[in-house]
Write a protein that binds this ligand. Structure first.
Ligand code: HEM
Length: 411
């Protein structure tokens, strides 16, 4: 089967070939069918957007709604009933509800608040690197890339240390998007466990408030009625969910591409000041969010000559937009020294009112992770340089990441 012969079908099915390298399919779609009609397994008419300018416009177009209660029927067909209890949060809402919920959480994520977390993040990073095996092959993802962001978000929210591994297991299960009955059942159970867990944790924060984000949000609920109990539980879930795999996969993708491009790796090692740009280039070249979350058309929308009928779902391929030659020079080149303005133009964190709330945190975590890893282990290497990268095989392309990253740490 060749994906390039049937790009629309490939984009729907996510064949192993597509997962390994989606770029030829996306290039074909950008050139030939930039707003491509699809019939995904859930059966609802969906349009896939692949060009940069269309993607930016669609991400912030108020006619493309994020209010899942306006599309409840479609939503239940895609995700089932159970997630509804956890999904009453800003990413599933339009203004004014979106504005209200985002404002409540925003204060925890300002650049200043995030900067204050730096010593803590550095400490967690050092501890994880201390514990990694040395001079022998091991998988960097479970040993380093995954525990770092989950520990940081648990610290931020105030999840006690001995309860973190359960939370991590449940959120991993929830993120394993699948359409089979078995995978839906597993997700449902994990969602119920998370719902119970966060409801209980909020009750504890209520009676014993601490210096953490969940205590602050609980106070906002109780004192000012700023959000409902269900919105509170859902917001805790969103932060856990949105801040975990995204950052973990980005760290993995960064290591994968730096090790595969020795001249770029050397440039970063010779000039650590380049690290900020290198992280932006990874977000552009192979960021960890392949598709933005669903939008649905509240009226007919015209885009690049295609009519998206009212009621359709819209999927925005961030991975494709960030490689659009209409926007980026030599987009398929991984170049950590791209001019600043080109790098910051990527849509790896989205665009518009739903632009990633955690972007400053994700940037800082990834920069600290890479600087520490490469600083302590300058001869970091693939365990088997001849081995093909193990890109995630998922039935729905929400994340772009690796399923394993075997490396050797040489001090
Ligand atoms: C490299 C890591 C990350 C990437 C690539 C990423 C990417 C994104 C993207 C593309 C969106 C927009 C989705 C859409 O419009 O459909 C988004 C939204 C969001 N992200 Fe991130 N994210 C990352 C890390 C984080 C972290 C660490 C947090 C918080 C702890 C976070 C919290 C959020 C939240 C709350 C939203 C929803 C914002 C809203 O609806 O207003 N993200 N993220």
């Amino acid at each position: 089967m060749t994906t390039t012969q049937d790009p629309a079908a490939a984009a729907e099915r996510c064949t192993p070939e597509f997962r390994r390298n989606p770029h030829p399919v996306y290039e074909h779609l950008r050139d030939n069918q930039p707003v491509c009609p699809m019939k995904p397994p859930h059966g609802i008419d969906t349009y896939l957007i692949t060009r940069y300018e269309d993607a930016r416009a669609a991400l912030s177009d108020p006619r493309l709604s994020k209010d899942m209660y306006g599309a409840m029927d479609a939503y239940r067909r895609i995700f089932g009933d159970s997630s509804v209890a956890l999904d009453d949060h800003m990413l599933n809402a339009d203004a004014p509800k979106h504005t209200r919920l985002r404002k409540l959480v925003n204060s925890g994520f300002t650049p200043r608040r995030v900067e204050a977390l730096r010593p803590k993040i550095q400490g967690i990073t050092d501890m994880l690197l201390d514990a990694c095996p040395k001079r022998e092959a091991f998988d960097l993802l479970p040993a380093f890339a995954f525990p770092l962001p989950i520990t940081v978000i648990c610290e931020l929210l105030g999840v006690p240390q001995d309860e973190r591994s359960d939370v991590q297991t449940w959120s991993t299960t929830v993120a394993q998007t699948g359409f089979s009955e078995e995978s839906k059942r597993a997700q449902q159970q994990a969602e119920e466990s998370l719902h119970r867990y966060f409801s209980d944790l909020i009750a504890r924060k209520r009676s014993h408030p601490e210096e953490d984000l969940l205590s602050a949000l609980t106070e906002a609920r109780d004192k000012d009625g700023g959000l409902t109990e269900n919105e509170l539980v859902s917001t805790a879930f969103l932060l856990m969910f949105a801040g975990h795999k995204t950052t973990a996969y980005l760290i993995g993708n960064a290591v994968q591409h730096l090790l595969s491009h020795p001249a770029q790796l050397r440039a970063v090692q010779d000039d650590p000041e380049l690290m900020g740009r290198a992280v932006e280039e990874v977000l552009r070249y192979d960021g960890s969010v392949e598709s933005a979350t669903f939008r649905f058309a509240t009226e007919d929308v015209e885009m690049s000559g295609t009519r998206i009928p009212k009621g359709s779902l819209v999927q925005i391929a961030i991975t494709s937009a960030n490689r659009d030659p209409r926007k980026f020079d030599s987009p398929d080149e991984f170049d950590v020294s791209r001019p600043d303005n080109a790098q910051n133009a990527h849509v790896g964190f989205g665009n518009g009112s739903h632009y990633c709330l955690g972007a400053p945190l994700a940037r800082m975590e990834t920069q600290i992770a890479l600087t520490s890893l490469l600083g302590r282990f300058p001869r970091l290497a693939f365990a088997d340089p001849a081995q093909e990268p193990a890109w995630l095989q998922v039935p729905f392309p929400a994340f772009r990441g690796l399923s394993a990253l075997p490396v050797v740490l040489e001090p």
